[in-house]
Design a protein around this ligand. Structure first.
Ligand code: KG4
Ligand code: ZN
Length: 351
């Protein structure tokens, strides 16, 4: 079964054709990173406009690369269209879903709206893994920090969420204070290689249950930098970067990254104690590219669980993970949706 997956929930316009859940026939990603870099983060209005400009060429390229067509009378037809409909930026989601709906209506193709976090998790199946259920998945990206429990395919419970910033967002904001370019995650990771992770002690937030809170960590880094430079807390964050030495930048990056990894590992350990039947730990989302996080999770869980990390090319937003998630939902019995009644939801909604 060949599925066209379309993704436009944030700042990547992406489309891909995947056969039977893990055979990637094409994977086209148009990233807006260069456009948003000047602002140090994603500007929703600009993101939506950029999606409009490229969504059709991206989809057409994905169909061409895969040698497929939407024409249902042809032998090389697409069997279904899947699109991200929640969660994400309103304008961004609208572009992908309206495009998909129109294609579905014109070509009479079965239609599967897909949850973005579920798609991130399926990047692990695209990588070629077949994890044992039940699964505890840690989804960490620019917009999300969630722990998700899955007993089987298409069974999906969010058991922990961030109450404020997402972890990727905090990497990006701390990077901005340190004068590192957007997206900040990879740049923090690079600087951290030359830094002392124990140089600055940053607090672990106390949050009940399996929820996260990262806004305090971001403020703690800001205060630690101001203190290190002997400046009052009223000093604007944008004035700090030029006062920091290269070594201080590396030490702050390493100390922040170590604390972020510690928070994520500790919550996942708590989740494991609450869900002792879980057999596998999965990492997903853009921040899953972080090697320190991969090391931290391996160290903490390799003796007790199967531990999986997605191939880096499927870690950040792409259409292949959307197609893969839809395929396994279809296998689990999900019925096609009515394109006319589809709604988007910026906040996470489980169908
Ligand atoms: O999943 P993604 O592409 O988009 C969202 O759904 O948000 O994730 C993007 C996020 C950005 O915040 C970026 O800084 C972060 O992933 N990221 C990293 C690394 N590579 C990307 N964070 C930490 N370390 C990395 N190596
Ligand atoms: Zn994402």
């Amino acid at each position: 079964m060949k599925i066209l997956g379309i993704e436009s929930s944030c700042d990547e316009t992406a489309a891909s054709v995947v056969e039977d859940g893990n055979r990637v026939l094409s994977n086209v990603v148009n990233s807006q990173i260069d456009i948003h870099a000047a602002y140090g983060g994603v500007i929703p209005e600009i993101a939506a406009r950029s999606h409009i400009e490229v969504v059709l060429p991206v989809i057409n390229q994905a169909l061409k690369d895969a040698g497929c067509t939407l024409d249902q009378s042809q032998p090389n037809k697409i069997d279904a269209i899947a699109v991200t409909h929640t969660p994400g930026l309103v304008g961004s989601l609208l572009v992908g879903t309206l495009t998909a709906r129109t294609m579905v209506v014109i070509n009479n193709v079965p239609f599967y709206p897909t949850h973005h976090l579920k798609s991130h998790i399926y990047a692990n199946w695209l990588t070629g893994y077949n994890p044992t259920f039940p699964i505890l998945a840690l989804v960490v990206s620019g917009g999300h920090t969630q722990i998700i429990y899955m007993e089987r395919h298409d069974d999906f419970h969010i058991i922990g969420s961030t109450r404020d910033d997402a972890i990727g967002e905090v990497f990006d904001k701390v990077a901005k204070i340190l004068g590192l370019l957007y997206p900040g995650g990879p740049n923090i990771a690079k600087k951290a290689l030359n830094g002392d992770p124990d140089k600055y002690q940053l607090p672990i937030p106390k949050v009940d249950g399996l929820d996260f809170s990262f806004s305090g960590l971001k403020t703690a880094v800001l205060r630690a930098i101001q203190k290190e430079l002997g400046l009052p807390i009223t000093t604007p964050s944008y004035e700090l970067k030029e006062k920091l030495t290269e070594q201080q930048i590396c030490d702050f990056a390493a100390s922040f990254q170590k604390t972020a990894v510690k928070i994520l590992v500790q919550k996942l350990q708590k989740a494991c104690s609450m869900y002792p039947e879980a057999k596998s730990i999965l990492l997903a989302g853009g921040v899953s590219a972080n090697l320190a996080l991969r090391e931290g999770l391996t160290k903490a869980f390799e003796k007790s669980h199967e531990v999986y990390f997605p191939d880096l090319k499927f870690a950040t937003d792409n259409g292949a993970m959307v197609a893969s998630a839809a395929y396994y939902s279809i296998q689990a019995g999900e019925k096609a949706s009515d394109p006319y009644s589809l709604d988007i939801s910026p906040r996470s909604v489980i169908k």
